[in-house]
Ligand binder design. Structure first.
Ligand SMILES: [Ca+2]
Length: 177
């Protein structure tokens, strides 16, 4: 069942890329009519909705995310600062405020896995409202937004599609001459 669902991720990535649709696409992979995963097609990352669990301290956020099943998938993690910045770039912004759609609206700060340099008691959080990062004590309750790589079978299928396109360009019928 999951194999089929993961193929849907790859196909929707390919279709959306081909048709020039939005770069982040809501995904309903388990067929319950609710799209709870969001595919960043530019960076090949699958995101949950913002505030996927309530605000919590860092260690509690880590374990909550690690134990989640969203759209039939595990393997969720707190994002790195790079992953948040990549999403911010994909989404675009309005006067610094990251566009929310197709995500539900977000709040202020979200945990990243990046420790504050020289201070093991604090981690950086990301603010989609202005693209900034700032340190928070790990004991503070901060927003939780999770990410994971696109499932492997989808990546394999995408690579296959890419190879097919390459071969078609090289060996397929030519126009002109
Ligand atoms: Ca669903």
């Amino acid at each position: 069942m999951h194999v089929v669902n993961r193929s849907i991720v790859a196909l929707s990535m390919a279709l959306a890329a081909a048709t020039g649709q939005a770069q982040v696409v809501a995904q309903d992979l388990d067929g319950n009519q609710v799209a709870e995963a969001f595919l960043d097609q530019v960076n090949g990352l699958l995101w949950t909705r913002p505030d996927v669990v309530s605000d919590r301290n860092y260690s509690s956020a880590l374990s909550a995310v690690a134990n989640m099943q969203i759209e039939g998938l595990g393997g969720w993690q707190l994002p790195t600062t790079d992953q948040f910045e990549a999403l911010y770039a994909t989404q675009g912004n309005n006067r610094g405020r990251m566009l929310a759609s197709p995500f539900p609206d977000y709040v202020t700060w979200y945990w990243t896995t990046q420790p504050l340099a020289g201070n093991s008691g604090q981690n950086l959080a990301f603010s989609p409202g202005n693209g900034a990062t700032g340190p928070f004590h790990r004991t503070t309750a901060v927003g939780v937004w999770a990410v994971r790589a696109v499932p492997e079978p989808a990546s394999a299928l995408l690579m296959a599609l890419g190879m097919a396109a390459l071969l078609w360009r090289r060996w397929g019928p030519r126009t002109g001459s």
